[in-house]
Design a binder for this molecule. Structure first.
Ligand SMILES: Cc1cc2nc3c(=O)[nH]c(=O)nc-3n(C[C@H](O)[C@H](O)[C@H](O)COP(=O)(O)OP(=O)(O)OC[C@H]3O[C@@H](n4cnc5c(N)ncnc54)[C@H](O)[C@@H]3O)c2cc1C
Ligand code: FES
Length: 280
């Protein structure tokens, strides 16, 4: 686990300021947040922070910006309940608290020289975006890159401009799909679940490593398709999400078998967890 030690009390958060807020969809907003100390968050792609919203409490969120981005870091937050709806009502300049970054992210040094296959479902694109944009900014260090992204409906697509940018990059191919499209919405792309994109991509299982993040239901079917591709289990990195409280391996809320997702994950090598019943 890397990160900054901010305070003597591990549950104290560092003061930070919301510097910009942008609507991505009806349900998701992108927040740029700056630590008041002006320090860099110093995160790895795939790590998360605990965000404290005064008067409402704390919740974990993946850092969505790349460590290669200067200045404030970004969180993409879906409004679903008490803390997330409170942050959706916040305004630029409002104060929040930040603990972290926490957990194991994607190992950007290990992945150097490898071909990369990103598979993101829905909000799962949020942590993957941190790594995709890191690879974009350091593309000479990585091989061929493929991004597969699926969401429920076209109106739920996240980071639309960046998806178009990734599609244009010479070392990257990006494909999208939606589960379904209402008649009144214009969409000329693929319709079908994300697993329908996997047979279409040509990967070398010897040189390719996959990074997968999405809703729990997605993993089993994505793993089956990757088996069809002959991708070894240890060439797959999965970012898992579990209910969390402390975020630092103290409370046991996020336990899967012998692992604490907050401390040992959220990014796991599939070979390590494939026999854990509750993992997938
Ligand atoms: C490591 C990690 C990274 C995450 N990254 C992101 C992110 O980048 N963007 C984002 O929008 N969300 C992310 N989440 C989920 C986010 O933490 C929850 O949406 C948030 O905790 C809900 O808090 P709330 O107070 O708004 O909701 P509550 O009022 O507590 O609950 C509202 C509803 O959401 C459900 N719920 C609450 N927490 C979770 C949870 N952890 N998982 C599933 N359902 C939950 C409740 O059962 C209830 O139905 C992440 C979670 C984890 C563990
Ligand atoms: S959230 Fe407390 S142990 Fe993981």
């Amino acid at each position: 686990m890397s990160g900054i030690i901010y305070n003597k009390n591990i549950f104290d958060s560092e003061k930070a300021t919301i510097v910009s807020i942008r609507d991505l969809t009806e349900k998701e907003k992108l927040f740029e947040i700056e630590l008041d100390s002006a320090k860099s968050l110093n995160h790895e792609p795939g790590q998360f922070i605990e965000l404290f919203v005064p008067g409402y409490g704390e919740a974990p969120f993946s850092v969505s910006s790349s460590p290669s981005k200067d200045g404030p870091f970004e969180l993409c937050i879906r409004g679903v309940g008490r803390v997330t709806n409170a942050i959706h009502r916040a305004e630029e300049g409002d104060k929040v608290g930040v603990r972290g970054p926490f957990g194991n992210g994607f190992d950007v040094d290990f992945l150097k020289g490898k071909d990369l296959l990103f598979i993101g479902g829905g909000l799962g694109l949020v942590p993957l975006r941190s790594l995709i944009n890191y690879v974009r900014d350091n593309c000479g260090d990585y091989g061929d890159t493929t991004v597969l992204y699926g969401c429920k409906e076209p109106t739920e697509r996240l980071f639309i401009e960046e998806l178009e940018e990734w599609k244009q990059m010479s070392f990257c191919q990006a494909k999208e799909t939606v589960d379904s499209c209402p008649a009144e919405v214009e969409w000329e792309g693929n319709v079908g679940v994300i697993t329908t994109l996997i047979p279409e991509v040509d990967i070398d299982p010897e040189t390719t490593y996959a990074a997968v993040c999405g809703p729990p239901v997605m993993y089993k079917f994505v793993m089956e398709e990757l088996n069809e591709k002959g991708l070894p289990a240890d060439h797959r990195f999965l970012s898992l999400e579990r209910r969390m409280k402390c975020g630092i391996g103290e409370c046991g809320h996020c336990q899967i078998g012998e692992y604490y997702v907050c401390r040992d994950g959220p990014v796991f090598n599939y070979a390590e967890i494939k026999d854990e019943e509750e993992a997938i």
